[in-house]
Design a protein around this ligand. Structure first.
Ligand SMILES: [Zn+2]
Length: 301
């Protein structure tokens, strides 16, 4: 519920303004799909809600660009390092849904299988979305699968926005009025979305250094990616320590600029390096035993 004096949801009204949805046929499919929304209810009330807030005040730090991380070609898959498997698929870093472009070649397993274990949760995490379905006493089979965006109004109330509803059928919220219907939902699992972030960070580090660097943290990251790739299902992906320690920030703006870039943030005399994923996500450099400034590309510059 947004306010008590409105009719019960779902609201009948007009969308006044949507921000963040990518344009069809545009060059980039940058997230977020819906970041900000303003609705006008049939009775005239306006509801404005948005996804995550960009950090402000103490949390806000400025960062300056150090360099663009360029695409590269690897002699074998940089993730599994198998020489006997063709590394002939085009890897978007970050994933296409975040505005990534083809940045590297990987093998089909590391590209598609690992992607299928991590990318859906990564999008849900970014969008503040949950996956929902319904069951009823009469129909124990799950039905009405839907993705629900959790936007917030300025006063902190949650607006649930159904991304799609089954055509012709009742809306999910109409279903909830039926006392025999139960809603089941899943929030994005850190094991999946953080491993997805780790994949982009790992490949960014390989590209920045022009090859796979065998430091302990990079090799541990690789192990975590391979374990996720080989998990039996998304739900079987486990959170490894490098992925768990990742610090990622959503910028809340649509994709722009280079797919990968290295940024530096100076705070109280200390420099932190950040990997920019098409301007949509910033990941704090997660490999403490590898100084990004020591890349041969930096020394050549
Ligand atoms: Zn591979």
């Amino acid at each position: 519920m947004v306010t008590d004096d409105l009719a019960p949801p779902p609201y009948r009204g007009q969308i006044q303004r949507v921000e963040g949805r990518s344009t069809k046929g545009g060059k980039r499919n940058g997230l977020p799909k819906i970041h900000e929304l303003e609705l006008e209810h049939v009775e005239g009330q306006r509801i404005a809600a948005r996804g995550h807030q960009p950090p402000s005040g103490e949390g806000a730090r400025s960062a300056t660009g150090v360099c663009v991380i360029e695409p590269g070609q690897f002699p074998y898959c940089p993730i599994c390092l198998r020489e006997e498997v063709a590394a002939d698929t085009m890897e978007h870093v970050p994933p296409k849904a975040f505005g990534g472009t083809v940045m590297a070649n990987t093998c089909a397993d590391c590209n598609n299988r690992l992607g299928s274990r991590t990318e859906a949760a990564l999008q849900d995490w970014y969008d503040d979305a949950i996956q929902a379905h319904f069951t009823s006493d009469a129909s124990p089979e799950p039905f009405g699968h839907d993705r629900i965006l959790m936007l917030k109004t300025e006063s902190g109330e949650v607006v649930m926005l159904m991304e799609k509803s089954s055509p012709g059928g009742p809306s999910p919220l109409d279903r909830l009025r039926d006392p025999n219907v139960q809603i089941h939902y899943k929030i994005p699992r850190p094991a999946e979305f953080k491993t997805g972030l780790l994949k982009s960070a790992y490949l960014a580090a390989c590209l920045h250094f022009g090859g796979v660097v065998h430091t302990p943290s990079l090799m541990s990251a690789r192990d975590e990616l391979l374990r996720a790739r080989d998990a039996k299902s998304r739900r079987a992906v486990r959170l490894g320590p490098i992925a768990e320690a990742l610090k990622a920030h959503r910028t809340g703006v649509a994709a722009s600029g280079p797919s990968l870039a290295l940024l530096r943030s100076d705070h109280e005399g200390e420099s932190t390096y950040l990997i920019s994923l098409a301007g949509t996500i910033l990941i704090e450099w997660p490999f403490p035993d590898l100084d990004p400034m020591l890349s041969p590309r930096m020394r050549a510059a």
